[in-house]
Ligand binder design. Sequence first.
Ligand SMILES: O=C(O)CCCC[C@@H]1SC[C@@H]2NC(=O)N[C@@H]21
Ligand code: NA
Length: 603
Amino acid sequence: MDRKFFKVTDYVIFGLLLAASAGIGLYHAVSGGRQRTTQEFLMADRSMRCLPVSLSLIASFQSAVAIVGVPAEVYAHGTQYWFIGCAYVLGLLIPAHVFIPLLYRLHLSSAYQYLELRFSKAVRVCGTLTFIFQMVVYMGVCVYTPAFALSAVTGFQPWGAVLATGLVCTLYTAMGGLKAVIWTDVFQTAVMFAGQLAVIVVGVQKTGGPAEVWRKVWEGNRISGLDLNPDPTERHTFWTLGVGGVFLMLALYGVNQAQVQRYLSSRTEREAVRSCYMAFPALQLALALSCIMGLVMFARYCGEDVSAGLGGASRDAMVVDFVMDMLQDLPGLPGLFIACLFSAALSTISSAFNSLATVTMEDLIRPRFPAMSEETATRLSKSLALSYGLLCLVMAFLTHLMGDSVLQVALKIFGMVGGPVLGLFCLGMFFPWANSTGAGVGLGAGLAAAFWVGIGSVVTRSGAGRAPPVSCSAVPPSHNSSEAVLRAPSGLQRFYSLSYMWYSGFSCCCVVLVGLAVSFLTGPMKEEELTPGTVFPLVGSVLRFLPDELKFCRGDRPTASPPEPPEPPHKTPNGLPALQDAGETASFLPDRRSPFVEYETAV
Ligand SMILES: O=C(O)CCCC[C@@H]1SC[C@@H]2NC(=O)N[C@@H]21
Ligand code: NA
């Protein structure tokens, strides 16, 4: 690939992006409460409205990985990946109506405090450490991707870009806290969409217009139909993306601290729920833009077949090469696209820093030093954000060694690590019998199973998903070509060929099944032992319809008239009685009130 160098205007645009991001961070460092308390630094004073929160929700898990990885995926395999958009429906509805109501009313700062309320301090620490591992590895991918894609085609010193990104990001995150992170996310999401749109408009125009692009992608068999193949080892089908993708979305938008912190920073529960709804169209737009970019790239290059010999990683770099090819004679636009790439990276990395600092503070440090003063805690939180910044630069280097397509690496991380954490929360919220031992053993089993299949698939090089040859004429769809027949794996080989899109669902179910089994073996939880508000009410109402002998440990309930209910709690918007008033923290002491929140109206 010939090296295309930036012109002055490109450097100016890119510099403006970094300056604007740093500026927003500085503004929040010197305005409002000047970030003097952890409530402001980590929780934005719980004052955020739904618009910035919804854009920040998108930005947190839409990084350069998606900007580069999705077009490369569509270029090589067609638009099958677009079906992950079907997972966004349940992937946002369930967080809005299950996770947010339950977590918001417990008035938490960290999602993992829930695990202590429901299970034990040990389970909370395990959940926190698992989250930290997931985000540190993911951050490495997010820092590495734009820097190396950029250096592949512009001679930009890669580690210089990594340092610039890391430093600017650490600067505004460590100074401006969650408010700065959310407002820079809003700005960076706008830059991200603008950059992708520019590439698509110019790309279509340079490839002979929409009709010509459509003809080439259609003949090149890049428009995938609805693939209902039930085989779980088939890399991308409607089932792996539309159903397996729901578990992936729940692992991110339901229980991941970066997203939960945004829900908890909303001024009311209704604002948090609304931000979930508003995230839906923005997520669909982001997905559409990156998939269309891949199609335009295919229409542009299908005759030149530049990607056949390339591996996953270099196919990612090809996307940036395509963009430079399209935009090089339009001054400022290459700079805009690079700004888009780095905006996507910055908004994800800053969210990761801030959520990592929050859980480290709230889940690991503060419980050990309860007497710590507010300003020490705030200063410590800022230095934590800084240290995580440096750690992610190290992780960026390790990513360099992975070699796979970055989209694949990121989605595997979410599956192998996010899935088990999702399982832990589901075990706690939907299965009242689950106890701490079950939760701990279940989490371990889920992680072990996920790493077994994940590492097994890398070691045996199975489930890689052959890319069909790239040519303009119609090529046979990849899944029924000859090597698929040869590839029919059996036994353990088949297990290793499980589509990585099933990792979240598979590991989540492992945690729940093992967790329940161990809980029943070691004595299931009794109703009175549960902290109020830690089990989702749906379970309570379902149990009410069960015949009495199946009722959850209610056998010992006195048959006399039940004790008079405590003063009726005031209602929340959706009819559920509020478990905790705003200021209260959830009571750790078991309470006579049933953990299944009885409520008059159906949800
Ligand atoms: O872009 C990244 O950094 C990670 C790849 C996308 C992560 C998942 S895919 C489904 C959901 N939609 C998004 O935009 N991000 C998450
Ligand atoms: Na992002």
